[in-house]
Write a new protein. Structure first.
Length: 280
C-alpha cells in the first residue's frame, strides 16, 4: 500500500515527471518509493530534489535495466545506485544510443513494408526519454496505420515481428555486476513468468543479486506465495512495486502492491552495511 519500489517517469517511458511522481506519492501518503526508469538515471536528481520537501517519504534512486537472454529480456532493478557514477552513465548512454539507431532501423523496416512514420515524429513523442517500442507504437497509432498500441505490437514490432530489431544489451551477470559496482542493490524484476528460476538464480546471486520482486502489480496471492518461497530459499529480499507508467487504462496505480515495511528495513540495512564497507 504505502511502499512502491518500481515506478517509471518521463526519464524513460512514464507519463509523469520525477517531480510529479514524488509529489503524488507524498500526497498518497506513501512511505517509500523507488524511481526505476529503463536504462536511465536522468530522472533521479529531480526526484531527490522534490523529495526534500517530504521527510516522511523515502525516495530510493533506482534504475531498471533490460538484460539480454535472447530472444527474451530479463529486467534487473538497481536500488540505491549512484546516479553520479560516470561508469554507470557512460554505460547507460551507450545502451540508450543503441536504442536510437535501433529505432531508426525499425522505421526503415516499416518503410519497406509501406508504413511511413517520420523519425522526427517518434523522437518528439519520446521527448527526453530514450526511444522505445512504445513510442514507435504510439506514432503508428497517431499516423493511422493501426488503431491501437496493441495492434502496432501484434502486427509489426513485437519480438520477432516484421519490423522488430534487437537492441544492444548487457548479459544479466554484466548488468548485476555494473549495478553492484556503482553502489546499487540488484533485484530481479517481475520473475513470475520466468522458467527455470532454480537454475538461473544461483548464477545471478553469485554475480551480486540481493533481491527479487515478489509483490508485483497484479500478481495473485498464489504467485506471491510461490515467489516468496523462492526468495526465502535463496536468501533474496522480497521486493516489489506497481511498475507504474502513468497511462490511463494500463491498469496500474502507485502503491498497488502490498510490499511489507520489512523489505525496506532489509534494503536499508544492507545499504548501510555496503556503505560501511562490510559486504556480507
Ligand atoms: P523496448 O524496450 O523498446 O524493446 O520496448 C519494450 C517495451 O514495450 C516494454 O517495456 C513494454 O512496455 C512495451 N511492450 C512490449 N510488448 C508490448 C505489447 N504487446 N503491447 C504493448 N506494449 C508492449
Ligand atoms: Zn516501461
Ligand atoms: Fe520491466
Ligand atoms: Fe518497469
Amino acid at each position: 500500500m504505502n511502499i512502491d519500489l518500481h515506478i517509471h517517469t518521463t526519464a524513460s517511458d512514464g507519463r509523469f515527471s520525477p517531480t510529479e511522481i514524488v509529489a503524488r506519492a507524498a500526497e498518497l501518503g506513501m512511505t517509500a518509493i523507488a524511481i526505476t526508469d529503463h536504462d536511465s538515471v536522468e530522472g533521479i536528481a529531480m526526484a531527490l530534489e522534490e523529495a526534500r520537501k517530504f521527510p516522511g517519504l523515502l525516495v530510493i534512486p533506482g534504475v531498471e535495466m533490460g538484460a539480454d537472454v535472447s530472444p527474451d529480456e530479463m529486467h534487473i532493478l538497481g536500488y540505491f545506485i549512484d546516479h553520479h557514477s560516470a561508469e554507470l552513465s557512460t554505460k547507460l548512454n551507450l545502451l540508450r544510443d543503441s536504442r536510437t539507431s535501433r529505432g531508426k532501423q525499425m522505421l526503415s523496416k516499416l518503410d519497406a513494408l509501406g508504413i511511413r512514420v517520420p523519425w522526427e515524429y517518434v523522437a518528439k513523442i519520446a521527448g527526453e526519454a530514450s526511444i522505445g517500442r512504445p513510442h514507435i507504437a504510439q506514432a503508428l497509432v497517431e499516423y493511422g496505420h493501426v488503431s491501437s498500441i496493441n495492434e502496432a505490437f501484434e502486427r509489426y514490432i513485437d519480438d520477432g515481428g516484421p519490423a522488430f530489431v534487437e537492441r544492444e544489451k548487457l548479459s544479466p551477470v554484466e548488468t548485476i555486476e555494473l549495478i553492484t559496482k556503482t553502489g546499487g542493490l540488484a533485484v530481479l524484476a517481475h520473475p513470475a513468468k520466468m522458467m527455470g528460476l532454480d537454475t538461473i538464480i544461483p548464477n545471478l546471486k553469485k554475480a551480486g543479486l540481493i533481491g527479487m520482486e515478489v509483490y508485483y502489480k497484479d500478481y495473485t496471492s498464489e504467485t506471491i506465495a510461490r515467489l516468496r518461497e523462492v526468495a526465502r530459499r535463496y536468501g533474496l529480499i522480497p521486493c516489489g512495486g506497481s511498475d507504474y507508467h502513468g497511462f490511463e487504462g494500463d491498469g496500474t496505480r502507485i502503491g498497488q502492491t502490498d510490499v511489507p515495511q520489512k523489505t525496506i528495513d532489509q534494503l536499508v540495512a544492507l545499504r548501510k552495511q555496503r556503505l560501511a564497507g562490510k559486504t556480507p
